[in-house]
Design a protein around this ligand. Structure first.
Ligand code: NDP
Length: 248
């Protein structure tokens, strides 16, 4: 298993689901983890889980839809840990509806949280990665950003946007040994997908060659690999973790 000893990782949306799984998996691999999200009590629970197996984690409240909050959290994390070696931009929301009914706020909320939040937090943290001449930036996109999905024009645009962002930044930062990659999950069982009804779930499963939904750990293991030294020669890549649902 790749080791992340001596590395500090900041994970957004670490209070539950995929972000929580990434935090646990990276901490088990030896990373010190900064857990960021809005829900402080859930972050405290994740920090306690990590402490229970001897890992190191600290919660930081963060609202990625607020530039002020992003700047304050980046500052607080750097003051506390000195460096962030690995940034996992995972926080994300959906506001699903057909375009005809989509309110401007449905569009803005999703783009601001999923895409602008990633831009601002990454920008706040790359200065110190450039100085260190080492870094890992991992953006959690989605299969929906690759295929599109009726009722998710806002979400799909944000997730496709993350892929363009990832590839551009990979080119900008490569000479300093900072890799930038995206993970594109398929259908993963978390609170985000728990809202699907049985019919939608069955339809989704019928499109997955591996015949099962993914778990948050399936994504966390991919993130751990991309964060490791073993993935040093991979940049600008979109890693599909989708059970074969889409083969890019
Ligand atoms: P969840 O809804 O379970 O978790 C979302 C996380 O994002 C929560 O920890 C939440 O924390 C955080 N978050 C939301 N808004 C903000 C905000 N403004 N500021 C800070 N944190 C925020 O979803 P998943 O774990 O399933 O999703 C994680 C990522 O994976 C998302 O980007 C999602 O789009 C992506 N993804 C998920 C798929 C799936 O099938 N589940 C498939 C493809 C991609 P809090 O509320 O505490 O702020």
């Amino acid at each position: 298993m790749p080791t992340l000893e001596g590395k500090t990782a900041l994970i957004t949306g670490a209070s539950q689901g995929i972000g929580r799984a990434c935090a646990l998996v990276l901490a088990r691999a030896g990373a010190t983890v900064a857990l960021a999200a809005r829900n402080e009590s859930k972050l405290n629970e994740v920090a306690a889980e990590i402490a229970a197996f001897g890992g190191t984690a600290k919660p930081f409240t963060l609202d990625v839809s607020s530039e002020e909050s992003i700047k304050a959290t980046a500052k607080a994390v750097l003051e506390h840990f000195g460096t962030v070696h690995v940034l996992v931009n995972n926080a994300g929301i959906t506001r699903d509806t057909l375009l005809l009914r989509m309110k401007r706020s449905d569009w803005d909320d999703v783009i601001t949280t999923n895409l602008t939040g990633t831009f601002l937090l990454t920008q706040a943290l790359i200065g110190q990665m450039l100085k260190a001449r080492w870094g890992r930036i991992i953006n959690i996109s989605s299969v929906v950003g690759q295929t599109g999905q009726a009722g998710q024009a806002n979400y799909a645009a944000s997730k496709a946007g993350l892929i363009g962002f990832t590839k551009s930044l990979a080119r900008e930062l490569a000479s300093r040994h900072i890799t930038v990659n995206a993970v594109a999950p398929g259908y993963i069982e978390t609170a985000m997908t728990a809202v699907l009804d049985e019919k939608q779930r069955t339809a989704m499963l019928s499109q997955i060659p591996l015949g099962r939904p993914g778990s948050d750990d399936d994504i966390a293991h991919a993130v751990r690999f991309l964060a490791s030294d073993e993935a040093a020669y991979i940049t600008g890549h979109v890693l599909d973790v989708n059970g074969g649902m889409y083969m890019g």
